[in-house]
Write a protein that binds this ligand. Structure first.
Ligand SMILES: *[C@@H]1O[C@H](CO)[C@@H](O)[C@H](O)[C@H]1NC(C)=O
Ligand SMILES: *[C@@H]1O[C@H](CO)[C@@H](O)[C@H](O)[C@H]1NC(C)=O
Ligand SMILES: *[C@@H]1O[C@H](CO)[C@@H](O)[C@H](O)[C@H]1NC(C)=O
Ligand SMILES: *[C@@H]1O[C@H](CO)[C@@H](O)[C@H](O)[C@H]1NC(C)=O
Ligand SMILES: *[C@@H]1O[C@H](CO)[C@@H](O)[C@H](O)[C@H]1NC(C)=O
Ligand SMILES: *[C@@H]1O[C@H](CO)[C@@H](O)[C@H](O)[C@H]1NC(C)=O
Length: 553
């Protein structure tokens, strides 16, 4: 049986290699090109994601937050082959998918798409595994999620790019979240290079929110190029019915990005305030006024769902096209965007000289959060004396953060887990999981007590206990030294882990009695609350935390 399996696998591989002969898309300056023949590539895209609307904007349905509550639209079990003929009728050369399940296979669908000349832009996040605008964090769980999607997709020549976030900051109350998204972009670009994958761009998809759109555009493009996006997706719904280039504001957006130095395209478009959608904006987007700046766009979306943006309805194996489908396909069939050959094109735009200044309109510093480093977290945790008990609940973790960070200790016991994207101050351990961060803070509090009080300073109402702390050695010792005694140092050593690093142990650690706890921590995704609001709330209930009473004595 084993031999038989190997033969089948080899035959399948051969068939794929023979069929999936698709030219990778590369970026030069502000444009996309077919790598081998140098023809300019305009995205003629359709969003392709069943049962999941992205986390924001006019298409938002963020009611689903469970980590597994999504359907991977291009897994081998998906119906993508059913839909490819319809995508071809629409003239589609790109689909955008919002939630990949990296544990599933993708060969069948990706090969079928490649055979149809269709590329894929994939969001790296998923419901329950994304950077939340109201409570942003870039931690090692998210790092591993994003990296595992890259692992799943980087081997295909028709993977065109990745989004490190979608519509995360959407007004001037949550612009700080963009710093965490930009850190994700930086780290995933570095990850692609570190893994020696083909160079695939990592970008960001922004909403079209009037009060922040100029700043968002320049923030993601400014500064060190290793931190900047490779392309920008712009989600825009301002051309409704028979609008026009000027009425829709497309003219102003084109002016905004005329100086941009990376490709920009519509990552979602297709206002449905007037139905059926006739997609008259297609002629503008691929016409002479916009093609010098834009690389096409992605219509939102293939499937008809409650939000009423569908091009088709699907029932089992049966696909029925809607009126919008016919309009879009004839609009796309009638475009002929002018193009330049890669060899004849000399980019002239440069990155913005400065980043948006932090003030009332923009709150994200150009100093980005640190790279998540699981090794560092595990090394640190093993070296703690006071740690949360293994059976601590998620609620108790949240409460204890409030308690220990709100105590007003003279030593700032939470400096090592600070995550303030506005001031650009980040503790070295702010990217660790909630249990590890809490351990750091409880231990710092414990160490700040004089030795007479210490014996009772690691109780926290029975939520914490002492362990025998490991003495860090080898790489653990150097990582911890970089983080510094207060956890406020800059760790410049890069993580050694990959997308699968979740199960690897802390290297060089001699192993404390509790050294596995970091891995066993509850997975909060990015929703754990560490904010100051929590600290104040918990301060009120301090009286219930018996272990704390001594601080008032
Ligand atoms: C992917 O593209 C590269 C570069 O053009 C090519 O060498 C390789 O054969 C392609 N792989 C497949 C499976 O088509
Ligand atoms: C380059 O390849 C693409 C995709 O196969 C094709 O559409 C285009 O016409 C080719 N360009 C030239 C100049 O052959
Ligand atoms: C900002 O966006 C958030 C999330 O969509 C929303 O809850 C809030 O009301 C908005 N605030 C303002 C001032 O627009
Ligand atoms: C849009 O313009 C077309 C062509 O001029 C016209 O037939 C159609 O009635 C217009 N639709 C609306 C909603 O104004
Ligand atoms: C969001 O999803 C829920 C559950 O599927 C649905 O009842 C609701 O109508 C959706 N809302 C929008 C705006 O699509
Ligand atoms: C960051 O620090 C500033 C200045 O201390 C403060 O106003 C702001 O609330 C902090 N932000 C967060 C998210 O804690």
């Amino acid at each position: 049986m084993k031999t038989f399996g190997a033969v089948v696998a080899a035959a399948t591989l051969f068939a794929q290699a023979a069929l999936a002969d698709i030219d990778p898309i590369v970026i030069k300056g502000t444009k996309f090109f077919y790598q081998n023949n140098g023809t300019q590539f305009y995205m003629k895209g359709v969003a392709y994601q069943e049962d999941y609307a992205p986390n924001g904007g006019s298409t938002s349905n963020s009611s689903s937050t469970s980590a597994t509550d999504y359907t991977d639209p291009i897994s081998d079990d998906s119906s993508c082959e059913r839909d490819i003929p319809y995508l071809q009728q629409l003239g589609t050369n790109t689909i955008r998918v919002y939630a990949i399940d990296p544990t599933l296979g993708h060969d069948k669908c990706m090969t079928a798409l490649a055979d149809a000349g269709i590329y894929v832009v994939a969001d790296l996040s998923a419901p329950g595994d994304s950077i939340i605008r109201s409570d942003p964090i870039w931690n090692d769980d998210l790092y591993n999620r994003y990296a595992s999607v890259i692992d799943a997709m980087a081997g295909y020549n028709n993977t065109l790019g990745f989004f490190g976030g979608n519509e995360v900051s959407n007004n001037n109350t949550n612009t700080d979240a963009s710093a965490f998204v930009k850190a994700a972009v930086r780290d995933m670009k570095a990850y692609i290079a570190q893994q020696n994958y083909r160079t695939i761009g990592v970008g960001y998809a922004t909403s079209d929110d009037a009060d922040i759109r100029e700043d968002v555009g320049s923030y993601f493009d400014c500064g060190d190029s290793s931190e900047a996006i490779d392309f920008l997706g712009y989600n825009i719904y301002s051309w409704c019915g028979n609008s026009s280039y000027t009425l829709s504001g497309y003219d102003q957006r084109t002016a905004q990005f005329a100086d941009y130095n990376v490709p920009v395209f519509f990552a979602e478009y297709g206002c449905n305030e007037v139905e059926p959608r006739t997609f008259t904006d297609v002629q503008a987007l691929y016409g002479d006024e916009m093609t010098p700046v834009w690389s096409g766009g992605i219509v939102y979306m293939y499937f008809q769902e409650t939000n009423d943006y569908g091009l088709v309805t699907v029932s089992g194996d049966t696909v029925s096209t809607l009126a919008d489908f016919g309009y879009l396909s004839s609009q796309i069939a009638s475009i002929s965007p002018s193009s330049v050959n890669m060899a004849d094109y000399t980019p002239s735009n440069t990155a913005p000289a400065s980043c948006p200044s932090v003030g009332s309109a923009w709150a994200a510093s150009n100093t980005l959060p640190p790279t998540p480093n699981r090794d560092l977290c595990q090394c640190m945790y093993s070296a703690l004396t006071c740690v949360p008990n293994d059976d601590i609940s998620e609620d108790d973790i949240g409460d204890l953060f409030g308690t220990v960070c709100g105590l007003g200790e003279s030593a700032d016991v939470c400096a090592g887990i600070t995550n303030n994207a506005t001031t650009g101050e980040y503790g070295a351990y702010g990217m660790c999981n909630p249990t590890e961060q809490l351990g750091w803070a409880l231990n710092a509090y414990y160490l700040a007590q004089n030795s007479a009080n210490r014996a009772s300073a690691c109780d926290f109402s029975g939520s914490a206990s002492t362990q025998s702390a490991a003495s860090p050695t080898g790489s653990c010792s150097s990582l911890i030294a970089e983080a510094g005694p207060q956890g406020t140092g800059s760790v410049t050593s890069k993580p050694t882990g990959t997308g699968d690093a979740g199960s690897s142990g802390g290297s060089g650690s001699s192993g404390g009695s509790n050294s596995g706890s970091g891995n066993a921590a509850p997975r909060f995704g990015s929703t754990a609350v560490f904010g100051t609001g929590m600290a104040v709330a918990a301060y009120v209930s301090l009286a219930f935390v018996s272990g704390m009473c001594m601080i008032f004595l």
